[in-house]
Structures are given as structure tokens and as C-alpha cells.
Design a protein. Sequence first.
Length: 330
Amino acid sequence: MHQVAFILYPGFELLDISGPASVFNGANRALGQRGRPAFYKVVPLSAQGGAVDSSSGIALETRPIAELPGKAGTVLVVGAEREPLLQAMADPVLRSMLPRLTAEAGRFGSVCTGGFVLAASGLLDGHRVATHWDACEAFARAFPRVAVEPEALYRAEGRLWTSAGVTTGIDMALAMVAHDLDAGIAGEVAKRLVLYARRPGYQSQFSPLLRAQARGDNPFGDLIGWMQANLDAPLDVPSLAARAGLSERSFHRKFTAATGETPARFVETARLDAARLLLSRGLPLKTVAAQVGLSPAPRFAQAFERRFGITPRLFRDMHMNPPAEADTVG
């Protein structure tokens, strides 16, 4: 079986293992329904073994790293908050055992801030990685030989897989299942876990809508929520200003100050981000263009390629799960 070894330490984030482990268990369940044997075996490991307390107070029983039976197919270091993370980075057992363990594994990586532990052992030098959005600056300062991608949900680079904050470990685990088995099984697991969507690694940790709404002092929070639900509506300055009850000039000035982007740029970014998700579902270009308010399709294709440097058709072919219907633009 493919052993997935999770590296735990006192104060670890419980969801960093429970989320991905549920994905791997779900894949085994889906295989069983097809009359196929289980593929994954989850093995929690720690420096000394025994019960290890998570930050939530729930403890998990672990094996000592040195007693892992056989080789690991995948090794994943979970994340934590600052103090337990610093202790894990300095742990002599982890620093001595991780290089050997990851060298023998078919795949290794981290969930959330677990990348700090790998980087402290020199295992990420020269690589590009994802980590929690709130830790990107600290990571870049601490490990200048590692390139951090603050916008990525997860990143796969050969044997190295790294994910961003907390729940993105689920997204990365689903991508691993799709890679190891097939996209159909990954889709079944996502459905059983009641996930809204299987998020691809290129998707930002924060959409422009969520980033703007997260600012508690943003006076346009309600308007942004309405925009999110009505991307196919007219979202020009006159329409938005009228909805906000402001003059066009006042709206443009105040919206730009609140979000850091002009209304036009903000709207286009929101529409194109939504378009990427719809394209990954295999929808025709005309359908996507209409749903995100960028019709006709040639206008959508031009805006998409200008922003991302790739045609929407090629992007869809690279990322979609179900086959797309025929279309003529892109």
C-alpha cells in the first residue's frame, strides 16, 4: 500500500492531518465500491512516538519516525502556530530524520506552515512553495533560498508538494488522489466530503472579493457581496455608484481607497477569477463568458489572455475534469 506519513509534533494543527487523511480514506472507500483494493495507509509519525497533543487539545497516537515500517510513499509535515512551529524546527530528531525520510519517499511536502520545518532542514532550497498567506513574509525572510508563492493554494513541483493554509491541505490531497488514481475518484471523494468545489492549485488563497470583504472597515462589503452573486449584471461605475447611493466621482474615489483597486479593475479580476473555476469544470467559452458578464466570447478570450497569458480554451483543456462541449472561440 501507499503509506502516507504525517509528521506531527506538540501543538500541531489538527485539521492539517484530519482533512487530508479523510480524503485518502475516502479514496479507499471509493475504490472498495468499485471492487478494488485500498491504496492508501495513513501513518501518523512524531519524533518520539506516543500521544501528541494538537493545538485544539485533541491528541493523536503516533509511531516514532525511526520505526516507520518500510518506506513512505508520501511524507507530509503538518503546520502549527509560531511557538510550537519554532520548537519543531529546532527538534534534533526531526532535523536528523526528515532528510532521510523524504529522500526515500516517492513524494514529500507540507500542509500550511509545515513547510517551515522542511525548510529548517534545508529540504526546500531552490524550490518554489506555497504556505499560509499570513506566514509568507516571515517564510521569505527566514529562508531566502526558497521562493514563496503567496497566491497559490498548493503547488506541485516534481516530488515536492506544498499547500497553503489549513483547508487547502484537502485540495492538495484531492489533487494527489487524482494523480495517483484518477480524477473520477477524486471527484467522488470531494462530493462525499460535501465540498463546494475541487479547487485547483492556481486559485488564489483569497479571491479579490473575499480579500475586500475581510476588511472590517470596508464600507462596500454589502455591495461586494452583491457583485459576487451578480457577475453577469452591469457592473460599470454608473450602475455601482447608483446602488451605493453615491455620485460617480465620489464612488470611484471611495471604492478605490477601500479596496486598493479601481472599480473597473476590481470587477474584471472578480469576473476572471470566477471564469477560471467555471473553465476548470469544462464549460463552453460562450457559457462562461455569459455567466461572468464578459460576453461576447471574443471579448472574454481577449481579457483572459491579457490577464493570464494563456487562451481560455487552452486553460480549460489543461485543468478541466469533464469533457467540454465544442466551441469556436479561444
